[in-house]
Design a protein around this ligand. Structure first.
Ligand code: NZQ
Ligand code: ZN
Length: 386
């Protein structure tokens, strides 16, 4: 096991009626900016619940955060915050609203030349406004971590940042509010949580048996609960299980002391920013490709994953590794998430565009052990084309 530091200050308030606890989390004298997306919170009643919980507070609102949130929109919120002297941000929605809020919190207090550099040049975030979260969509784990991903429309770039200053102070997790999710978003959420575990687990043996078991337990639970929650997002027990899996998949716990990868995510971000694929869709395409191209390098973990998560114990190593990859892809497809680029009508030229973007950014050896070169990116996308 590698040396590690594990720090997570996020208070979780999970379940029905937890919005009642909101006033206890935010000082009464704080001027609050409620940040939300395209309006789902009006349909599922969360807006009204939040407003009544914040009765007596001075609350301003900023709506219209897009899925895969835009830098340009976030900067408009920053202007409002500066003009109105807002003290506290409250993100209400899914990962996009939370990520936008993290960036807004950091950009509002940024003293450098241009807040875009937080994303494009990984400039240090020395301070950020405090914020809380009300989560309505299980997927990203953003509710219990300090990372965010923001896109710039102007340049078609999607970059991540993280900072010790951008953990939420608290997150209210509402499985019942997620009952109104369209199936496509439920499927995306399952794939995203599954992928987060894989990025921190499917590397190489690192003498971390407990982390492995944590990771496998989340994967097994996702496989178990997926059919029920996909069939009926309003199944409260199934949605609660999915939501807690997604939170635990990316709150730092399973990744402590182990190697990680994230190449699948980085390739996926390009597909989103160039062609508008949902984040979950990109992962369903790229993961099977990464496994296929790096099967030898990742074989030890692929065999362990196949045996412990999918019960694959028969056959040669080659056959078992293949079976583990195929089961993963079938799992994504069982949720109606397509796994081939051509199924999303992506032109073949995009493969080269993405490989060249990686080259020009000098992302020439990413992923675990630096295995993912631009040439590997080409192979991964080509193998998942048809
Ligand atoms: O915008 P509204 O109207 O709220 O609608 C949203 C949006 O259209 C809707 N939705 C949310 N809750 C709902 C609901 N619809 C009905 N009922 C509800 N209860 O769902 C749509 C998608 O929302 P979005 O927030 O975009 O989805 P998700 O949570 O999957 O977030 C995706 C973003 O998170 C980033 C992704 O790159 C992407 O930009 N990620 C963030 C991570 C992090 N911060 O740790 C890690 C991830 O790997 C990921 O990269
Ligand atoms: Zn993700």
């Amino acid at each position: 096991m590698e040396n590690f530091e594990f720090y997570n200050p996020v208070k979780i308030l999970f379940g029905k009626d937890q919005l009642k606890q909101l006033p206890g989390q935010i000082d009464k004298d704080q001027k609050v900016l409620l940040i939300y997306g395209g309006g789902s919170i009006f349909k599922n009643g969360v807006y009204n619940q939040v407003k009544s919980a914040l009765d007596g507070y001075q609350v301003l609102e900023f709506g219209g955060i897009e899925p895969n949130p835009h830098y340009e929109t976030a900067m408009r919120a920053v202007e409002l915050i500066k003009a109105e002297k807002v003290d506290f941000l409250l993100a209400v929605g899914g990962g996009s609203v939370i990520d936008a809020t993290k960036f807004i919190a950091a950009a509002a207090l940024y003293e450098g030349e241009d807040p875009w550099h937080i994303l494009s040049r990984r400039k240090e975030v020395k301070a950020a406004l405090p914020f809380g979260v009300v989560l309505t969509l299980p997927a990203t784990g953003s509710e219990m971590n300090n990372g965010a991903v923001v896109s710039r429309v102007e340049t078609q770039e999607k970059f991540a940042f993280s900072s010790p200053n951008t953990f939420p102070q608290f997150s209210v997790l509402l499985p019942d509010a997620a009952g109104t999710l369209p199936k496509r978003q439920v499927a995306n959420g399952i794939v995203d949580a599954f992928a987060h575990v894989l990025e921190q687990y499917l590397t190489y043996p690192a003498n971390a048996p407990l982390q492995d078991r944590f990771a496998e337990s989340i994967l097994q639970t996702l496989v178990e609960v997926a059919p029920a929650v996909y069939a009926n997002p309003a199944d409260y027990n199934a949605m609660s299980t999915l939501m807690w899996c997604a939170t635990m998949a990316l709150n730092g716990l399973i990744g402590s002391g182990v190697p990680d990868d994230w190449a699948t995510h980085l390739i996926g971000h390009e597909l989103t920013v160039l062609h508008g694929l949902d984040h979950g869709q990109t992962l369903a395409v790229v993961f099977p490709g990464i496994f296929r191209v790096l099967k030898e390098e990742k074989k030890a973990k692929l065999l362990q994953y196949g045996a412990r998560v999918w019960g694959i114990r028969e056959g040669s190593e080659e056959e078992r590794a293949e079976a583990a990859i195929n089961r993963t892809e079938e799992f994504f497809r069982s949720l109606d998430v397509k796994t081939k680029l051509s199924e999303y009508y992506i032109p073949e030229e995009t493969i080269e565009v993405i490989a060249q973007r990686f080259e020009s950014r000098r992302w020439t050896a990413i992923g675990d052990r630096g295995l993912v070169t631009p040439d590997v990116v080409r192979k991964v996308l080509a193998i998942q084309y048809k």
